[in-house]
Design a binder for this molecule. Structure first.
Ligand code: ADP
Length: 248
């Protein structure tokens, strides 16, 4: 069902904090299966945009639709997560004392659609799903390790795997390669490219070489609205973008 159409549609979104416009008439459309990177200087409104999409912040004006019919401005954070939007923050929230496998198992059982207690036995289908996700996030060889022992990059992948257990349609990722080694960054690029198509991804990132590796389309935010949109080459050579990045 993700083959066609727009998965996320923001139109005229404004958010003010004490009169200061963090988002100012922001409009954005993400196609189903797309991998979109969002860039912009500090204070551009990237985090606030993610907060509006996930229901953490209510916009003062504008509409936010997930698919054709789901009005995000009318749902709670929990309802939005359940509708199929998963968010990964910079700091991973994994269960450090549990194994990698258990972390995925806990996430799957926490999913409302599964509704299993933590001690219920896994069906073979559920075991297969965890195994497939372990392969996808490149942790198959580490399934029995305690999560706290993983490298920084591996912890990030585990958290992405935990989100994947909930089968999100749209994944929001905040600076996913910050602090990663070059090798981990490259593996993360491969992971994201393999997830796109099946999922839609919105990635806020500062690492331009990572963006160049993964994104067909980049959106530049500035002062709460879209300054430029297009390929990385196009936006990087846009005089307005250059001024915003270099003129400060
Ligand atoms: P970015 O993620 O692009 O750095 P943010 O969305 O975090 O930008 O912030 C946009 C602007 O809104 C910033 O100037 C920030 O100081 C302000 N802002 C964000 N959240 C709040 C808040 N809860 N209260 C007051 N101001 C805020």
């Amino acid at each position: 069902d993700l083959a066609h159409g727009v998965v996320l549609y923001l139109d005229g979104i404004s958010v003010s904090f004490d009169g200061f416009k963090a988002l100012n008439n922001l409009s954005l459309a993400i196609d189903a299966g797309e991998l979109r990177c969002i860039i912009g200087p500090n204070g551009a409104g990237k985090t606030t945009m993610m907060d509006v999409i996930t229901g953490k912040t209510r916009p003062d004006a504008g509409t936010a639709f997930f698919g054709q019919t789901i009005d995000l401005t009318k749902l709670t954070e929990a309802q939005i997560a359940h509708a199929g939007i998963g968010r990964k923050f910079q700091k991973p929230t994994i269960f450090e004392r549990h194994t990698v496998f258990e972390n995925l198992e806990i996430s799957m059982k926490a999913d409302k659609r599964v509704r299993k207690t933590l001690f219920a036995k896994l069906s073979s289908e559920e075991g297969d799903r965890i195994a497939a996700t372990l392969g996808q996030i490149r942790l198959a060889d580490n399934a029995k390790r305690v999560a706290g022992e993983l490298s920084h990059g591996q912890k990030q992948w585990l958290e992405i795997g935990m989100l994947l257990m909930q089968e999100p349609k749209l994944l929001l990722l905040d600076e996913p390669v910050a602090g990663m080694s070059d090798d981990e960054t490259e593996r993360t690029a491969e992971l994201f490219l393999s997830l796109a198509g099946q999922h839609s991804l919105v990635v806020v990132e500062h690492d331009m070489s990572f963006i160049a590796r993964i994104a067909k389309k980049v959106t530049v935010l500035h002062e709460g609205s879209v300054l430029a949109e297009g390929t990385l080459d196009t936006v990087q050579s846009d005089p307005r973008v250059i001024e915003v990045y270099l003129g400060r």
